[in-house]
Structure formats: C-alpha cells, structure tokens
Design a binder for this molecule. Structure first.
Ligand SMILES: Cc1cc2nc3c(=O)[nH]c(=O)nc-3n(C[C@H](O)[C@H](O)[C@H](O)COP(=O)(O)OP(=O)(O)OC[C@H]3O[C@@H](n4cnc5c(N)ncnc54)[C@H](O)[C@@H]3O)c2cc1C
Length: 512
C-alpha cells in the first residue's frame, strides 16, 4: 500500500519532514486530503442527496428510529447533549471518522463559555475543566514595514484555550448516559429520503454496507463538506473561505505564556499565489508547555489561488520560524486544520438555505458564523439555548416543514454585516499594493485604540452594535480615505449594495 506520507515527500517536503515524526500522520493526511476534496467538489456537477420518499429502495430495512439524527460528530455533540439531556429526545449521531474527535482547538472568553452551564448542559466546574489555559489578555497587530504597527491590546476576548475533545467527550458522556441514544463511528452519510411525516437517512460503513435509520429530523452538521448544504445552495454553499492550518506544539524559544496573539501578520501579502494572499498568524498558549499556532488567509471560495490545506501546511512549516522560533526540543503534539466557511448574504436577512422539510443545518454546514473573529464554535455556544429550545418546540408541535425549521438558525444580523469586512482582507494582486491589507487593518487598530475598550471587545466578540460600527467606519474613513476607493475595488456596486442591505436588516432587527 502506498503511504500518503510518501506521496508528499517531493511535493511538500517541509510538511513531509514535520509529519514524519507524528505517530498518526497517515490519519491526519487522510483527513486533510478529504477536506481538500472540497475544492474539486465546487467544480463538479451537483450531487442529489435529498431524495423524494418514493425512491427509497423497496428492500430498505430500518435499523433504528430516533427523534433526531445528527450527521457529523463535532458541534452536533453540544446540541444533541441538550436535546437528549434537557428535552429527553432520542438521538443518533454518526460520523465518518470518530465522533467527539475534532481536528481543531477553540478559543473563547470564560463568560461566553459559561453559556454551557447556564443552559444546564454542564456544571461550572465541568466547563472550567475543559479550559486548558486562561491568559491575561490578547493583542492584534498588522505588519508595517517601518515597525510602527499599532498593537491593539484587549481583555476578556478569546482568552481561554478550550480543549475541544475534552469538551466534546463530556457532551458524549451526557448523550450516552441517557437510554436509547447512540453514536456511530466510521459511518458516512449517503443520502436521505423525505416523507410527509419523517425522514429516512441512508448511511454506509467503511465496507460500503448500507444502513437505513428513521427520524423526525435529520440535523446536518457535516461541516464544510456537507453535500446537503451543497444541494440546497445549488453548488455555492460558501461565498468565502478561510483555509487554516497549525499545530499544538511545545519547545518554542519565544512563546509568551500569559498572552494570546489573536491576529498577527508579520509581512506583506504573498504574491507568489495566483491572486495573492495575505497570510495571518494566531498564537495561543495552551495546557502545560503547549503552544498553539495557526496560519490562515481569507479568500473568495472561487478564486484561482491554491487554497489547499496541504500547500498551506507547506507554507506554515517554511515560515513558522519567522513567527515563533522552534527550539532544540521543539515537538509537534497534534496538527490542527480546517476550512473555515463564510457566507455573505445578499439581502436584508439570511439568504442562505439552511433547512428543508425534516432537515435542518447547524454549525459549519449552515455557515452562519463570522470567519473574522469567532467562527462556528462561538456561534454555537452563543446560540445553543434557542437552537435547542426552538427545535424541541418544533418537534412537539410537529412543525417540521422547511418554513418552520428555517426559522431555527444561528443567523445574527450583526455577524452577517460584519462578514462583509472580510472582503477587505481578501488580497488581490491586480488591485492591491502588497501591504494593502496590513495598512488598512493597522488603521482600524489605531481607530479602535482611540475608542473605549468596549468597542474592540464588541468587535472581536461578535457583539458589535450598529451605532458602534458606524463610529468605527466614520473614524476610519476620516483617518484613511483610501478605504473608500478600496470599498469600490473590493465590493463593487453589487457587493456594496449587499453590504447596505445587510446593514439595513441589522438596523431594522434592532428596532424589532
Ligand atoms: C484550526 C481551527 C481553529 C478554530 N478555532 C476556532 C475558535 O477558536 N473559535 C470558534 O468559534 N471556531 C473556531 N474554529 C471553527 C470551528 O472549529 C468550526 O466552526 C467548528 O468545528 C464547526 O463544527 P461542525 O460540527 O459544524 O463541523 P466540523 O467541525 O467540520 O465537523 C463535521 C464533522 O462531520 C463529519 N462528516 C463530514 N462529512 C460526513 C459524511 N458524509 N458522513 C458522516 N460524517 C461526515 C466530519 O468527519 C466531521 O467530524 C476553528 C477552526 C479551525 C480549522
């Protein structure tokens, strides 16, 4: 058998060298390559996975019946644990890998994380036990060639490193603690069949054997690869993406262990890529001597840039010493990676499809989080209360048609509006100076630094109010008029109109 590692020896030598030291390199490479198939899928003909009930094979044998079936085993665990524990719903969760084993780690502030105890899912002590490290504060900084970049320091923002797997395993215990629930590993979603009063979900095991399960609702939490999201959104499930790679490692020479580096760019845009990309780092201390570093960039989903995680990992290992210097006892404990999705809505309200009859999408499959600051985890924690209570009510009242289920969403008008700002961070070498993103963001940092702490906290916690954003934007335009020309180049008429509609929807939602 050809090892995946051998296949990348020549194409990605730095990645090869780093992964050669990992005991589970093959599994990680398999998952990385699986995620990288996303790029091909965007170009392929649409696969139909939501089928009418009358096409269900006549010999389909139903292996089990549940209130809720969750396809995907990451954020689903948090939702399912509440549905099972608090609302007594019978749930099945399946994942084509291992449920409750994520390829990421998360940051959040403690107050926000405590939503999980407020909702009754865990005790405060249990929630605290998932925090690997808490730090004093965090900062954001964008490269300036003269070294005069503004370092924007903030408190109580993304200042807890959460051990994702520990948190998910706590949720898993809750689910399996209630009778009748089940978790299936190595089980892939194939398709589903819609009936008037239920849905049948077809899955297959690693050997390709088919199984059928019946449910009131199929909850699609398959992340960015969701074929359901792809079908419902006619092949455009995301408008923008943020490919992200990194490691949890120890042995850096210059890591600071009580401060988080929330966003840090250390150079101008990389113009060797087709359209170019502004690479950004993040650095967070974690448990013990571990330190987490990520490298990522924002881009349009259909840009010609090479956005593969494999290539980004190669860039990561080449440039890591410029950001944090690995010492002589440097050791990688685990790679982390994923494609963070984003969707810019063209309308006053949500314009992305996130439900169908007996089907609802949450997490990255729904793509309603902000890729700028918080992403899917923060969005789920913030919205968990109503995402569970509303779905329970829908089940009780048997309101499971699309028009009812699509009202149960993590859509937040402020987050949708703020997502437009990501377009300014998508570098384009045809129109932008190499330091364009850094210059613009440095000005934003100066503006925020002049304003009270709550502005920066609100911006980086997805809690901004429309009047606060207006203050920031007006001050920015005053200080840095180039942003107006950039708006024209980055958003154009269509994009500016969409942004305006999003802002109007946000303003209107505040009045309701
Ligand atoms: C490196 C990194 C760091 C991050 N840090 C943060 C952070 O600090 N804060 C934050 O809010 N967000 C963060 N995010 C984003 C966050 O991780 C995601 O929003 C979150 O993981 C989404 O969870 P999900 O369950 O929707 O999807 P995923 O995590 O993608 O999980 C989807 C699951 O579905 C399974 N699956 C896919 N297809 C199938 C199929 N056909 N059949 C069965 N199973 C399938 C997959 O195996 C996977 O386990 C980070 C992301 C990355 C990549």
């Amino acid at each position: 058998m050809t090892l995946l590692l051998d296949n990348i020896r020549l194409t990605h030598p730095h990645l090869f060298q780093a992964f050669s030291l990992l005991p589970d390199a093959e599994q990680h490479l398999q998952r990385i390559m699986e995620l990288d198939r996303y790029w091909e899928r965007l170009k392929q003909p649409l696969r139909q996975v939501i089928m009418p009930g009358d096409t269900l094979p006549k010999d389909a044998l139903i292996s089990g019946e549940y209130d809720l079936i969750y396809a995907g085993g990451t954020l689903s665990l948090l939702h399912a644990a509440v549905m099972a524990g608090k609302y007594g719903r019978k749930v099945l969760i399946f994942d084509r890998q291992t449920p409750a084993k994520s390829t990421r780690d998360w940051n959040i502030s403690r107050n926000e994380l405590m939503n999980l105890s407020a909702i009754g899912l865990f005790t405060e002590r249990e929630v605290d036990s998932t925090i690997g490290r808490r730090y004093k504060n965090g900062w954001v900084e964008f490269y300036q060639p003269d070294g005069k970049q503004k370092r924007l320091v903030m408190e109580n923002v993304l200042d807890c490193a959460v051990d994702a797997d520990r948190l998910l395993n706590l949720a898993k215990e809750r689910i399996l603690g209630a009778p009748g629930n089940a978790l299936l590993a190595e089980t892939s979603f194939v398709r589903c069949y819609q009936f008037d009063d239920h849905i049948i979900v077809q899955v297959e095991d690693r050997q390709g054997n088919p199984f059928f399960y019946k449910s009131k609702v199929l909850v699609d939490v398959m992340g960015i690869l969701s074929p359901i999201a792809m079908q419902l959104n006619e092949g455009i499930p995301q408008t923008h993406v943020c490919p992200t790679v990194g490691t949890i490692a120890s042995g850096f020479e210059n890591a600071v262990f009580d401060i988080g580096e929330i966003l840090a760019s250390i150079g101008p845009a990389d113009t060797s890529a087709e359209k170019g990309r502004q690479l950004i780092w993040e650095g967070f201390p974690a448990e013990g001597r571990n330190y987490i570093t990520y490298l990522f960039f924002y881009d349009e989903a259909d840009s010609p840039n090479d956005k593969s995680l494999l290539s980004l990992f190669e860039s990561y290992f080449i440039t890591l010493p410029d950001y944090k210097k690995p010492g002589k006892d440097f050791q990688i404990h685990r790679p982390v990676y994923g494609i963070i999705p984003a969707y810019c809505h063209d309308g006053f309200n949500r314009s992305r499809e996130i439900a169908d009859s007996h089907i609802i999408l949450f997490g990255d499959a729904a793509s309603l989080g902000s890729p700028l600051t918080f992403c899917g985890f923060g969005s789920m924690v913030r919205n968990l209360h109503h995402l569970t209570a509303d779905l329970d009510r829908a089940l009780t009242e048997n309101n499971l048609a699309k028009k009812h289920l699509e009202k149960i969403s993590a859509y937040e008008p402020n987050v949708a509006s703020m997502a437009n700002l990501m377009k300014y961070m998508c570098f384009n070498k045809a129109t932008d100076e190499p330091n364009f993103v850094n210059d613009l963001m440095n000005e934003v940092m100066i503006v925020l630094d002049d304003l009270p702490q709550r502005y920066r906290q609100a911006m980086f916690r997805d809690e901004m109010k429309i009047e606060e954003l207006a203050v920031v934007m007006l001050r920015l335009a005053w200080r840095y008029p180039k942003v107006l020309a950039a708006t024209w180049e980055k958003l154009g008429i269509q994009g500016s109109l969409s942004f305006f509609k999003n802002l109007a929807g946000w303003a209107f939602s505040a009045l309701r």
